[in-house]
Design a protein around this ligand. Structure first.
Ligand code: SF4
Length: 218
C-alpha cells in the first residue's frame, strides 16, 4: 500500500532541475515530524512548511500496488513529446518508495527524481537524487546528484556535509513556516542575504530560490 498526499503536474522550482516539467508525487508521512502543529516544537525538523498528513490532497489517495500508483502518475503527464519526469517528495518519500515502484515508474516511461532528508537508504534505480539534510538528523546517504541545504540551520551548517559526494551543492534560504508568500516573508529575505553572503565566501555552494513560490505556480 502506498499513501500519497497529493500529486500534480508543474515545473520543478528548485535546484539543478529548476524549470523542468514534472509530476510531483508527495508521499504521506515523514520520519522527522508528525506533520501536526502540536508536535512541531519537539520535532527533529521544526521549520517544515509542507502539509504531508493523510491522503486527502489533490489527486491523493491510497494505492494497492506499484502499478496502480505508476498508472496514476502517468495519467497526470501530458501526452506530448518530452521525457516524462516524476519527483517523489514528501514528507519523506523513502519511507515508501521501493524497488517495485521504481520499476513500475520506469516501465511507465518516467525518469525518477527523489527529494529526501537523507536519513534513510535509497533503493537502486533513482535517476536524480536530491538530499536535503535537516538539523542534527544523521544523513546515511553518501552520494547524490544534488545536496540542497536549507540555510541557515544551527545544527546543520554547510561544512558538515562536504563529505557527501554531490554534483551540485545548493543553499536554499529558510522561510518562515507561516509565511507562504516569499515576498512578504522578512525572515526569508534576511536568510536569502545570509545565504548569498555564504555562497560568495564559499563558491562551491550555489544559491537556489523557490521559483515556484516566487511565480506563484505551486
Ligand atoms: S524532513 Fe522535510 S518533510 Fe520532513 S518535516 Fe522536515 S521539511 Fe518537512
Amino acid at each position: 500500500m502506498y499513501r500519497v498526499k497529493e500529486a500534480f503536474y508543474t515545473l520543478q522550482g528548485e535546484g539543478a532541475q529548476a524549470g523542468r516539467a514534472a509530476v510531483f508525487c508527495r508521499f504521506s508521512k515523514c520520519n522527522l515530524w508528525t506533520g501536526r502543529e502540536k508536535d512541531r516544537a519537539g520535532a527533529v525538523c521544526d521549520f517544515c512548511d509542507t502539509d504531508f498528513v493523510g491522503t486527502d490532497g489533490q489527486n491523493g489517495g491510497r494505492f494497492e500496488s506499484a502499478a496502480a500508483l505508476a498508472a496514476h502518475v502517468r495519467n497526470l503527464w501530458p501526452d506530448k513529446p518530452g521525457t516524462p519526469y516524476v519527483v517523489c517528495t514528501g514528507g519523506e518519500p523513502l519511507l515508501q518508495l521501493d524497488k517495485p515502484l521504481i520499476d513500475a515508474l520506469h516501465t511507465a516511461g518516467f525518469e525518477i527524481g527523489v527529494e529526501t532528508n537523507g536519513t534513510l537508504a535509497a533503493p537502486d534505480g533513482i535517476d536524480w537524487l536530491c538530499v536535503s539534510p535537516k538539523a542534527d538528523a544523521e544523513v546515511v546517504i553518501t552520494k547524490c546528484d544534488e545536496l540542497k541545504l536549507v540555510y541557515p540551520q544551527p545544527l546543520a551548517l554547510p561544512e558538515r556535509f562536504l563529505g557527501i559526494r554531490a554534483r551540485h551543492y545548493f543553499l536554499s534560504p529558510m522561510a518562515s513556516p507561516s509565511a507562504p508568500e516569499q515576498s512578504a516573508d522578512p525572515i526569508k529575505q534576511s536568510n536569502t542575504r545570509k545565504a548569498t553572503e555564504y555562497c560568495l565566501a564559499h563558491p562551491q555552494w550555489r544559491l537556489t530560490l523557490q521559483m515556484h513560490k516566487i511565480l506563484g505556480i505551486d
